[in-house]
Every structure is written in C-alpha cells, then in structure tokens.
Design a protein around this ligand. Structure first.
Ligand SMILES: [Zn+2]
Length: 148
C-alpha cells in the first residue's frame, strides 16, 4: 500500500479534514440500512434519479480522504485490534497520526450514538434512550400489563 500513502501524502497532512471524513464514514455505516431501503424504493419512485441522489452518502471531502482512512482502518487499525503488534518502524508518521484520528472519531461517534438500553442497537440521537422497536415493545408490554 506504499502507492496509496504516496499519492495521498498531502491528504494526511490535513488532520481536520481527516477528522471530518472519519466521522462521515462512521455516520455512513449507521445510515447504510436506511440507504439500502431508499435505494430499493427508488426503483418504484416517479423520479428514481432524484431518489438515488438523496440516498447517496453525504461525503464532503475528496475521495482520497476516505481511501486513506479505509486503508489505515483495514491494514493497521483492525490488525492492531486483533492483537497484531506493529513496530514503530513499520508505521509512518502519517499512519500513526491517522490511527489517532480514527480512535478520536470513534469515541465521538459513540458519544453521538449511544446504544439502545433494550437491544444495544446504536441510536440516532445522543439524547435517545431506546430505539423505536424497543419503545414500541415497551408500550405494547405496558398495555398488556394493565389488561391483566
Ligand atoms: Zn432497542
């Protein structure tokens, strides 16, 4: 992956851009099930192109940022989490900086999207306590409880 790091060298100098891109990638993953639903729906819509445009991930930076983050996440962060050790000499300064940005972004993402108290699914809003499914189940349970 030396070629990637060389072409994207300038990208990794932009920590602020990388921070934004990392968070966008995580938000994308959260939105993915909904986006797939939108894409399916687009086939039946009167204006499928417009529907698809609305369904596209919201990415504000050039593709190089996401490619670089994807490379660092897959080639370095995942092996690290799996317990594979890198020597300092194995990693460039850009890669080490990006690892820090990825873990910062992950911490921020977790703050923005706490897990549902019922099923553990990540919630859309910081202030939510449980997901729609669990709220509905709790409401149904409440009604059943009063009935008996
Ligand atoms: Zn839930």
């Amino acid at each position: 992956m030396i070629a990637v790091s060389q072409t994207l060298f300038a990208v990794s100098q932009d920590g602020e851009g990388l921070r934004t891109a990392a968070l966008e990638l995580m938000e994308d993953a959260l939105d993915a099930p909904q986006r797939e639903a939108n894409e399916k729906f687009a086939d039946y819509s009167a204006d499928p192109e417009q529907m698809r445009a609305a369904a596209a991930p919201q990415r504000t930076l050039s593709p190089g940022y996401y490619m670089w983050l994807g490379y660092v996440a897959e080639a370095i962060a995942e092996p690290l989490e799996a317990g594979i050790a890198f020597r300092d000499a194995d990693l460039g300064a850009d890669e080490i900086m990006t690892l820090g940005i990825l873990s910062e972004a992950r911490a921020k993402f977790r703050r923005l999207h706490p897990p549902c108290s019922g099923c553990g699914k990540l919630l859309r809003n910081e202030w939510d306590k449980s997901c729609n499914d669990c709220q509905r189940a709790a409401a149904a349970h409440g009604r059943a409880g009063r009935g008996s």
